[in-house]
Design a protein around this ligand. Structure first.
Ligand code: SF4
Length: 198
């Protein structure tokens, strides 16, 4: 990942020009919100935004992903939070109307899809809306969100590194007896072991 100084120097105007040249308009197909790959990873600040929008408790909004590492005490460690899934996709996707039920509070990745920054390189995920005409303001808004998202990622990673205290990894215990520990930019959060960590 690039450093904060380089990320702060990214020109949103230049980024917006490239986004507009590629073109994008959401087709409301729901492909990015559903399916087995629709795992939306979020930072604590994004979870808080959704909690305040929905009035749901934290643990109804997110859960730890199933991939992580066990320690010698039988605890499961992970570095991420994932929006809860329901059925075949994100719990907030309303397939009947093809819309997001938390649209004003949706995570950063949903605001910028199908674009993302790899360092300061613009990349594009597969999407049916690519190549569609968009105006300057729409492109500029995505560019601003992309830059903001990159800076959040850098700060989150910095926070997580400084707070991470380490642990001794071990094989998955036959009968896990510990807790799930999510290490994020705000510290270590301990939860009861949940759905089938492996
Ligand atoms: S939060 Fe909304 S936009 Fe993001 S994956 Fe879920 S339904 Fe889709």
């Amino acid at each position: 990942m690039i450093d904060l100084k380089r990320a702060s120097g990214i020109s949103v105007e230049a980024l917006a020009e490239r986004i507009k040249a590629i073109g994008f308009r959401c087709q409301r197909c729901g492909d990015c919100c559903s399916g087995p790959d629709a795992e939306v990873l979020v930072f604590p600040s994004e979870v808080r935004r959704i909690v305040s929008h929905t009035n749901q408790p934290w643990q109804e909004v997110v859960e730890p992903p199933a991939t992580g590492v066990w320690d010698r005490e039988g605890n499961f460690h992970t570095l991420e939070w994932m929006l809860r899934r329901r059925g075949n996709g994100c719990a907030y996707y309303d397939a009947a109307s093809g819309s997001c039920r938390i649209y004003p509070a949706r995570p950063d990745i949903c605001r910028t899809y199908p674009f993302y920054l790899d360092g300061d390189e613009l990349r594009v995920s597969e999407c049916r809306g690519l190549g569609m005409e968009m105006d300057d303001n729409e492109a500029l808004q995505i560019a601003q969100e992309l830059k903001r998202r990159l800076i959040s990622e850098i700060l989150e990673e910095r926070g997580a590194r400084s707070r991470f205290s380490g642990f001794a990894a071990a094989d998955r215990p036959e009968r896990p007896t510990g807790v799930c520990i999510v290490h994020d930019g705000e510290g270590a959060h301990r939860l009861p072991l949940g759905r089938g960590e492996h």
